[in-house]
Design a protein around this ligand. Structure first.
Ligand code: NDP
Length: 329
């Protein structure tokens, strides 16, 4: 079997994660990376990986089976994924949950028109967490859902702190409240407020002479981002931030507790949990598995947009169906 030929559009944290994931799978190979920056300034891990300008996207349709989009959800993917789906089978990790239906419609139209398969919004949330929610709800109609995130770095919250005047750099960790997690896992079905579920820890580098009390006040009172949480702010030097907070860990738990029995007397707890040293490397690994499924759906003549809900588990696996039945069932 010829390897699945992969391209990557956008080479940031996630783009690098996708490259490492492709290298870890024998049935796929990375052909090239597209970037909007000067291609000479982008250096993939693989020495034989080509780097092309993003405006040459249309020039390599014969070389690539699946294009993995690794741009940002805020402004890149809403434009890039529909445009790319007109040229390639594509996979993206679009994670603005509220806008997924709109993104799906735009990508679906482009992919159908061009006769391609597009897989959107895969990663861990949305992605593996979403699968867990669907299985748990289908199995346990009487119950309640909980999602806890962390301990992990939230890029969006870190960016929000960096925009405050006097802030040079910042890292924000989202941390689940242990007592809340315990109460949920016990099957007690607690009703929890935003503040009761997560705390936020901020490590901030302030400019020389900046008013740190004012910065702290601006953070803890920031609507939507911090005001609804118990937030701690610790000022550190740039050296400390670089030394102690350079990683991009994340993870969390999706939990559904439910009851069965004539009078609901039996309680069940379903939990899917992730502890990730590297958010982009894990997300890239999910994208690579979904690229395999995308190539298979395209080879079977399918067209249009899919989410993780539409991908049968066997399509994600490098193992043949008989091997799967013998080893994993
Ligand atoms: P980055 O900011 O590292 O990269 C985004 C894009 O920025 C790159 O594709 C790159 O495009 C561009 N870029 C511009 N300048 C630079 C530079 N100096 N260095 C690196 N890249 C640069 O974001 P991430 O890769 O961390 O995340 C991408 C998206 O992945 C997030 O927006 C999020 O939506 C999604 N995600 C989804 C998850 C899920 O579970 N579904 C989980 C984690 C992330 P170019 O090469 O064209 O310049």
């Amino acid at each position: 079997m010829n390897p699945i030929r992969i391209g990557i559009l956008g080479y940031g944290n996630l783009g690098r994660g996708v490259e490492l994931a492709v290298a870890a799978n024998d049935d796929m190979e990375l052909v090239g990376v597209f970037t909007r920056r000067d291609p000479a300034s982008v250096h993939p891990y693989g020495e034989n990986v080509a780097v092309w300008a993003a405006d040459e996207l249309a020039a390599h349709t014969d070389d690539i089976d699946v294009l993995v989009l690794a741009g940002g959800s805020a402004t890149d993917l809403p434009e890039q994924t529909p445009a790319a789906a007109a040229l390639y089978n594509v996979v993206d990790s679009f994670d603005t949950h509220a806008n997924i239906p709109e993104h799906f419609a735009a990508v679906d139209a482009a992919a159908r028109e061009a006769g391609h398969v597009a897989v959107i919004s895969v990663g861990w949330d949305p992605g593996m967490f979403s699968v867990s929610r669907v299985y748990a709800n289908a199995i346990m109609p009487n119950g309640a859902d909980y999602t806890f995130w962390g301990r992990g770095v939230s890029q969006g919250h870190s960016d929000a702190i960096r925009r405050i005047p006097g802030v040079v750099d910042a890292r924000q960790y989202t941390v689940p409240v242990p007592a809340a997690l315990e109460a949920v896992r016990s099957g007690a079905n607690p009703e929890l407020t935003t503040r009761q579920k997560h705390t936020r820890e901020c490590f901030v580098v302030a400019a020389d002479g900046a008013d740190t009390a004012a910065i702290e006040e601006a953070i803890v009172t920031m609507p939507n981002y911090f005001a609804d949480y118990d937030t701690t702010v610790t000022f550190v030097s740039q050296e400390e931030l670089d030394r102690d907070h350079a990683g991009i860990p994340h993870g969390g738990s999706v939990i559904r507790t439910g009851t069965t029995g004539e009078n609901g007397e039996n309680t069940h707890v379903i939990e899917y949990s992730l502890k990730l040293d590297s958010n982009p490397e894990f997300t890239g690994s999910v994208l690579a598995a979904c690229a395999r499924a995308c190539a298979r759906m395209a080879a079977a003549g399918e067209t249009g947009c899919r989410t993780i809900f539409d991908i049968a588990p066997a399509l994600l696996s490098p193992l043949a169906p008989e091997e799967l039945r013998a080893t994993m069932l």
